[in-house]
Design a binder for this molecule. Structure first.
Ligand code: BG6
Length: 470
């Protein structure tokens, strides 16, 4: 639909940026922090660093926040490391961990930057993992206990809470993300049991948040991308419906309506992945209501009908690359879209489509908690960093977001990935996303100097004009 006049971005729109604890903080074993599944990962993809130092945000958060303030950030979406707060996953609380996030939150508030907190971003405490992780129903209780500590300590200053980052990607692409427990005997079936436990944990935590902090708002944060059929062939359209349900709606229907999506459930039945649902679980899901939906969007996906050869369970692709599932759908490279240097398609219009679809289905306000372009940025001889390709990516996506707002979608914030350079989930330090360059190499930490990129100055101007100057 074309519009004669575009609507402005709402006043007070949360322009900002995102990070996650393990990808940015470093200080992996300092001040009482316990190990997470990420810290205990046995192997990293060849040629990529670990997360021990990352961007050293733990020690340099003041400098980082002041740069965010210089850009004009209205919000900063970051995650809290569960293992800093409760090092063993349950039990003793670590005062130094509490203190770090107190300082970070206070620093943000000093500059009028709204803290938007993800409670759990891939880094499950290792102590829980050895007891079965999310396969063990007790992890639900551990997450509830942890959430209460967060609400009690930060609820006076944090209004916006996100429960679990990309639960759907942990279930579908855990191997690439490094969250998959490699010891699982029957991973496919087991993962949907884990998924069920996470859904119950999320519902309980949303409910507790409403009880303890009536002024606060809480929502899920999955990775959502609209799925296109490869052609108008009815078989391809059905395959796209299948994948939309399995990848997207399964998670949002459960979070918002407290029910399992029917197509996704029939997929679970067909594959023998039905989770054990205990008495009372569905009531817990139904009683909890999110206040908004946060989602991460990088690109649309395209699928065709399965030919019976699409699935390779040992190689499920990564978060943005679809392989397939025999008898259900098969990944298809969309010939209409360019790809980035890491093979991810780029689809700004798909962003508008996804926003419209999510809003039509759930009628809840939306905040974008990730969107961005990974690239091999380089420092020029004069010390500057030019990233016109990233600016172009953002321009096109923000333009489509404004069109979606004009279409009637209620969007209240945009926190792209990432505020500053950090370590990719599986492609190391060289895959950069930030507005701020962190001067380190894959294995040479150098001085970890902060260098604002060209996109930093562009974003600053864009925020200053509340999106008018794209
Ligand atoms: C999302 C994650 O899947 O994508 C982030 O929430 C991640 O943690 C981001 O970093 C980009 O992916 P990658 O693999 O390039 O780091």
């Amino acid at each position: 639909m074309e519009h004669k006049q575009l609507k402005n971005f709402p006043k007070g729109f949360f322009w900002g940026g995102s990070t996650s604890a393990y990808q940015v903080e470093g200080a992996w074993n300092e001040d009482g922090k316990g190990p997470s599944v990420i810290d205990m990962r046995e192997k990293y993809p060849e040629g990529t660093t670990d997360y021990k130092v990352a961007s050293d945000h733990y020690h340099r958060y003041q400098e980082d926040v002041s740069l965010m303030a210089e850009m004009g950030f209205k919000a900063y979406r970051f995650s809290i490391a569960w293992t800093r707060i409760i090092p063993a996953g349950t039990g003793e609380v670590n005062p130094k961990g509490i203190e770090f996030y107190n300082h970070l939150i206070n620093e943000l508030i000093k500059y009028d930057i709204e803290p938007i907190v993800t409670m759990y971003h891939f880094d499950l405490p290792y102590a829980l993992q050895v007891r079965g992780g999310w396969s063990n129903r007790e992890t639900i209780g551990a997450f509830v206990e942890y959430s209460k500590v967060l609400f009690e300590n930060y609820g006076d200053r944090v209004k916006y809470w996100l429960t679990i980052n990309e639960q759907n990607m942990m279930i579908m692409h855990g191997k690439a993300l490094g969250t998959l427990d490699l010891n699982l005997k029957d991973p496919d079936r087991e993962l949907y049991q884990q998924n069920h436990h996470m859904l119950v944990a999320q519902a309980k935590v949303m409910d507790i948040c409403h009880q303890l902090l009536p002024q606060s708002l809480i929502g899920p944060a999955p990775n959502i991308s609209y799925i296109y059929p490869a052609s108008s062939k009815p078989e391809d359209v059905l395959a796209a419906q299948n994948y939309n349900s399995i990848r997207n709606w399964l998670y949002l229907d459960a979070a918002v309506y407290g029910r399992y999506n029917k197509t996704a459930w029939s997929f679970l039945e067909e594959k023998g992945y039905i989770p054990l649902v205990e008495e009372g679980d569905m009531e817990i899901l139904q009683n909890a209501k999110p206040d908004f939906i946060a989602f991460n969007y990088y690109t649309s996906k395209t699928v065709e009908a399965s030919t019976g050869e699409g699935a390779d369970k040992n190689s499920t692709g990564d978060q943005e690359i679809v392989i397939g599932e025999t008898g259900v759908y098969k990944g298809h490279s969309n010939p209409n879209l360019p790809k980035n240097e890491f093979g991810w398609e780029i689809d700004p219009i798909g962003f508008r489509t996804t926003l419209r679809e999510v809003y039509d289905r759930y009628q809840l306000p939306i905040i974008i908690t990730e969107n961005g372009l990974g690239a091999y940025d380089k420092v020029n001889d004069d010390g500057s960093v030019d990233d016109p390709y990233r600016i172009a990516y953002y321009q096109k996506h923000i333009e489509q977001m404004q069109l979606a707002i004009t279409d009637g979608v209620e969007v209240f914030g945009y926190c792209p990935w990432s505020a500053i350079d950090l370590i990719s989930t599986h492609q190391g330090a060289k895959k950069r996303y930030g507005f701020i360059y962190i001067d380190r190499e894959e294995f040479d930490l150098k001085e970890l100097r902060r260098i604002p990129k060209q996109s930093f100055y562009w974003y600053k101007d864009m925020i200053r004009t509340n999106g008018e100057k794209l």
